[in-house]
Design a protein around this ligand. Sequence first.
Ligand code: FAD
Length: 456
Amino acid sequence: MSIIATNIATNIATNTVTSGATMRRDFADRDELIAYVRQEFPTAAQIDDTVFPVRGGRSAAEAALSHIDPTAYAATRNRLTGAVTRLSPYLRHGVLSLAEVRDAALRIAQPSQTAAKLINELGWRDYFRRVYGMLGDAIWRDQEQYKTGWSASDYADELPDDIIASETGLACIDAFSHDLRKTGYLHNHARMWLAAYVVHFRRVKWQVGARWFLMHLLDGDPASNNLSWQWVASTFSHKPYIFNRENLEKYTDGAYCRGCPLKGRCDFEGSYAHITQRLFPHPVSSDNTQADVALRSTRKDDKPALSAARLAKPVIWVHGDNLNPHSPAFTRFPGASAVWVWDDALLGRTHISLKRIVFLYECLLELPVLIRRGNVASEVLRFAAEQGADGVVTVESPAPGFAALLRQLEQRMPIAVLPEPPFVEEPAALDLRRFTRYWRKVERSAMTPTRQPAAL
Ligand SMILES: Cc1cc2nc3c(=O)[nH]c(=O)nc-3n(C[C@H](O)[C@H](O)[C@H](O)COP(=O)(O)OP(=O)(O)OC[C@H]3O[C@@H](n4cnc5c(N)ncnc54)[C@H](O)[C@@H]3O)c2cc1C
């Protein structure tokens, strides 16, 4: 059993907060908040106790948004020191919407067309979210067979301890593993290299690596994370993603290789052809494997299920995909009382680290919301009853757990689900089997700024 799995197994029962209790909002400073979270979520602290300076919340998100440089981004985004935005934790939790970031990018970029690369990357997030909305929990299953010549059973079920502990001896991999754990952020290229190392160089199932990332990444999101891991693994792409030392050195300016004890004899030496031959002696052709993926979506015209206009005094249920004081729910019902519920069952299953909980807590502290903990459906209903509400309003989410909760709530109370501000105009039908097919259909609309706030 790996270090993480052992710790979790022995500590899973130790979270101490009383279910249903209202949690604190009054903290003198960040240290006091962190101490409180550490005390209330000991399992999370056990996974990793570090908290990074990056703060959650709308003010931090707006500050980060004001610093984006879409033109420099296009030229440098592949480099570890490039002008990337670091907006992902805010986008992941809906503190900022994709439409908002796109609009800002088009405003800032001179000429505005130089924002195209950044908007294309935002498109990846939108694409993965849509695929997640269709796949649900199947996002944890291989979407296609591996094109590596190995079958799923050839891949290990556990993450080797030396990778988790940053002790592989490879300066780059150890630094990425360390940064993941300590900062909750990795540059996209570092994610790709680390994932390729785990899946291809150590032959570990992508699901194992994906779980590890979700424990630590402040932007941890089953949609972008799992599908990116599958893309690297080749279970959602036409070939495995690998890299060599030359590639890593180029985009890191040699920062890791320079002082690496394994320089000149590491796993990544040699040409792509040489490494491919070594890792995948019997590769399969991708031609007949895409058929496994049935991802064609048609526009859903039936949202929201219940019109918000039918509710006179609803409460707002805030969840982890929409931690935005300007969300459609807060905008539509400015005076409504709102509740957030830490989902004990979900926390027990997902094992997120302390820094992720602190980030979320900071987002909550900038929202007019009561913070509770326990069973989400029961707590939302209890809150609605306490407030004398005639229904619940929330904002859409692609998560399968969200759909399950809606079903529970709907049996007891009217519930209206508001759409997020749209990133692209919804086409009548979308082929989601590959990003290129999606992008061909939506690119023009993605490059068009929002004309007016989304109708609520
Ligand atoms: C193995 C692996 C795991 C990943 N896990 C996650 C995850 O859990 N959550 C997550 O948000 N992203 C994930 N990504 C995608 C991407 O690496 C991050 O979104 C990006 O690096 C975040 O940094 P940034 O905000 O500085 O990105 P920027 O490069 O500045 O991009 C701006 C925004 O565009 C979106 N974006 C950019 N690249 C991608 C991409 N390849 N896929 C999806 N969206 C993208 C993000 O919302 C990002 O914030 C993963 C990628 C890989 C290869």
